[in-house]
Every structure is written in structure tokens, then in C-alpha cells.
Design a protein around this ligand. Structure first.
Ligand code: ADP
Ligand code: MG
Length: 383
């Protein structure tokens, strides 16, 4: 009768769904590396070693000395929404770990060949397991549907080693869209460097496959200036100023609207909640034509906060010659209740309450630090 009763809408295969989801989280090798670094830090590691081949496309290997994974948990390790970090939605409001969605390893296992060797201090042996499409499999990385596959006992040290091979092997379009191996390696190094600056209790090292020289290496527990010198060099490290802001800050709206002379008692104050800022910024002696992207961590998450970056850069315009850029590392701690980390698949963007007011406070502080140094220098040269 000419009508077409064929279904147009079909439910996608779970494997297709998982591959799409994986592609949203892992866009380039550096994204996979970041997730695995965070897992190692969550696992209380103090040393993390990274080995990279072909910009991470061929091999990404992360070895840590953290608490390891129990053998009984290995079956679920790469299953989507399987996590040891939260158990109910309310936990999200007080999240103290990087991970919480149980998505990273699942995603990576859908777009690469993933294997794990792990040992807890309670276990006499390490265990090795292979994964493909979220499930444990045999060493050939073929999905078998065999549920009797068991992790293999082997000798090993406490901690976890995750090996990711042939990333994006089954997404040719993604592979084509990637930049050169050395560009991708550069992004990997950039992520490691940022974590090495912020996570001072952990040592990081990174090598290229087949080379004995470490491209980056920091020791755990060394002071911030030494970490910055190791990662970014002496020219930055020798021109740093500390920035600290602490406490529960009440923000006086009237003052900032220029109504300072009005009745103090009637000024509208509202509290911004707990906010703590610490970090280092370069002084006006440091001027670099090369732009080093600012390092911002909010509640220990590496984020890019363009409004904050723009605001601070504009303060520096008063102090630096035109076309020169500062270096800055800021760690913000704000009330977890005021922070939403769950707005973006890569968790790179976060939202927080009172963003404008908090940025203004930081900008004021940066301004006062830079100008106080500026005047002290003038005094020195005069005497
Ligand atoms: P999430 O970090 O959101 O929980 P992941 O997929 O990144 O999800 O990791 C899944 C689980 O695997 C974690 O909850 C954790 O229990 C375990 N895990 C992953 N990496 C490590 C590691 N390096 N050391 C110990 N446990 C790990
Ligand atoms: Mg994780």
C-alpha cells in the first residue's frame, strides 16, 4: 500500500554507545593520560612514572606506587559507571577525589588495548588483566564473552601499572584528526608538568619509549620553586612572588559599587563562603614573549578559567612591556558546595558561585602584590 513500516528509529548497540561516549572524554592521548594520572594520585601514590611511544598513540604506560586494586575488583575495573569513589549522588557535593564517574578506564578500554598489573600491600602477588570494550579478556585482546577469565598472578611491586596500546585504533577519523606525534607528546608533557607543579607530594617522571633520558623528572616533597625550576626553567623560577589569600571572605558590594561613603551598616554584605588561594606569580622583571598558559587548579582540579586568566593578564598590562606575558600558578580552594565539577565530560571546566566576586578579590591581590614589589624596587635603586 506504499506505506513504509520499516523502523527508522533504532536503539544503538551498547558497543556503539560506549564508543561514542569514550570519544567525548578522550579526544587526544593527553586526555587519557590525565585521567590515569588522577587515578594514581587518588590511589595515594608518591611516585608516578610515565612511558610514551609515538605521542601516546602507540603506547601510554603509567606506573604508580599507590594502594593498588584488589583482585576481586579487577572484573569491574573497566566497566562503565563502576567506581570505588562515590556510592550515592550526594557524595558528589563533597567529592575529595579526582574521579567519581567510573568512566575513564571504561572509555579508554573501548578505544584501545588496555592491560593492568596491580598489587595491594595485603596481597603476596600482583595480578595482570587485559581489557577490551569494558570487559576482561584474554591476552590477545579478543572479546570472547567468556566470563570465566581470571586475572593472572604474577610477581610485582605494590602499586598499579596501566598500559594503553594503540589508542584510537578503532576510530580512524580520530586518529587522522590528531596532530603530529611530537605535538601530542608536547601536550602530554604539559599535563604532567602542571600536575608536577600542583601535586608536590608526588614525584613524576616521563620518558619516551626506547630512550634512557628522562624528559621530565621531579622528586616528591620538594618546594614549589624547585618544582617550577625543574619543569619550566630558572628564568621563571627566580622571578616568583607568593600569593596567598585565606579565610571566609565577606564581599562588600557597596564598596565595589563606589558607594563607600554611605552608611556602613546598611551596606549589603554577602559571604562568599570559604575561599583560599595560594600560588606563585612572576614579578615585573619576568617578561616573556612566549605565553605559558596559566596553571589553575580549583579544588585540586586542573581547569582552564578564561575569565580569571583575562582578568589577571589585564593587571599585568600595567607592569609589563607590551606583548609580554607572566607565568602564574594558582590553586583555589572553595567550598565544594559552591562548585559544580560535573558540567563537562572532560571535567576541564567547572562552575562556581560568586565567580565575578572571587575573580575580583584575586585581581586586587595580584595588583597589590605587583605594586608593592614595584615600589620596593624603586626605593632600592634610589638609596
Ligand atoms: P573513577 O576514577 O571515576 O572512579 P576510573 O575509570 O578512572 O573511574 O577508575 C575506576 C576505578 O578503578 C577507580 O574507582 C579505582 O577504584 C580503580 N583504579 C583506577 N586506577 C587506579 C590506580 N592507579 N590505582 C588504584 N586504583 C585504581
Ligand atoms: Mg578516574
Amino acid at each position: 500500500n506504499g506505506e513504509n513500516y520499516e523502523n527508522k528509529i533504532v536503539k544503538l548497540d551498547e558497543s556503539v554507545i560506549n564508543k561514542i561516549a569514550a570519544g567525548e572524554i578522550i579526544i587526544q592521548p593527553a586526555n587519557a593520560l590525565k585521567e590515569m594520572l588522577e587515578n594514581s594520585i587518588d590511589a595515594k601514590s608518591t611516585m608516578i612514572e610515565i612511558l610514551v611511544k609515538d605521542g601516546g598513540m602507540k603506547l601510554l604506560q603509567i606506573t604508580d606506587n599507590g594502594h593498588g586494586i584488589n583482585k576481586v575488583d579487577l572484573g569491574l575495573l573497566c566497566e562503565r559507571f563502576a567506581t570505588s569513589k562515590i556510592s550515592k549522588f550526594e557524595d558528589l557535593e563533597n567529592i575529595a577525589t579526582y574521579g567519581f564517574r567510573g568512566e575513564a578506564l571504561a572509555s579508554i578500554s573501548h578505544i584501545s588495548r588496555l592491560s593492568v598489573v596491580t598489587k595491594t600491600s595485603e596481597s603476596p602477588l600482583a595480578y595482570k588483566a587485559y581489557y577490551v570494550n569494558g570487559k576482561m579478556c584474554n591476552a590477545n585482546f579478543k572479546e570472547s564473552g567468556d566470563s570465566s577469565i581470571e586475572p593472572k598472578p604474577i610477581a610485582g611491586k605494590d602499586g598499579t601499572q596501566i598500559v594503553v596500546e594503540d589508542l584510537f585504533y578503532n576510530i580512524p577519523s580520530r586518529l587522522k584528526a590528531l596532530k603530529s606525534k611530537s605535538d601530542e607528546f608536547g601536550k602530554i608533557l604539559d599535563v604532567i608538568g602542571r600536575y608536577a607543579i600542583h601535586t608536590g607530594h608526588v614525584g613524576f617522571s616521563c620518558k619516551k619509549y626506547g630512550e634512557s633520558l628522562q624528559v621530565l623528572s621531579t622528586r616528591p616533597g620538594v618546594p614549589i620553586r624547585e618544582r617550577i625550576r625543574t619543569v619550566y626553567g630558572t628564568s621563571i623560577a627566580s622571578e616568583l612572588l607568593d600569593i596567598e589569600l585565606d579565610g571566609s571572605l565577606a564581599y562588600n558590594k557597596d564598596k565595589h559599587n563606589g558607594n563607600e561613603n554611605e552608611n556602613e551598616n546598611e551596606s549589603i554584605c554577602h559571604t562568599l563562603g570559604l575561599i583560599k588561594v595560594s600560588g606563585v606569580i612572576t614579578n615585573a622583571n619576568y617578561n616573556n614573549k612566549k605565553r605559558v598558559q596559566p596553571i589553575f587548579f580549583i579544588n585540586h582540579r586542573l581547569v582552564s578559567c578564561d575569565p580569571l586568566k583575562r582578568a589577571i593578564n589585564s593587571v599585568y598590562q600595567f607592569f609589563l612591556p607590551k606583548g609580554n606575558y607572566p607565568f602564574m600558578y594558582l590553586s583555589l580552594e572553595i567550598d565544594p558546595k559552591n562548585l559544580d565539577v560535573n558540567i563537562h565530560p572532560t571535567k576541564r571546566e567547572v562552575r562556581f558561585l560568586n565567580e565575578d566576586e572571587i575573580i575580583e578579590l584575586i585581581v586586587d591581590k595580584v595588583h597589590s602584590i605587583l605594586s608593592s614589589v614595584d615600589t620596593s624596587r624603586k626605593f632600592k635603586t634610589q638609596s
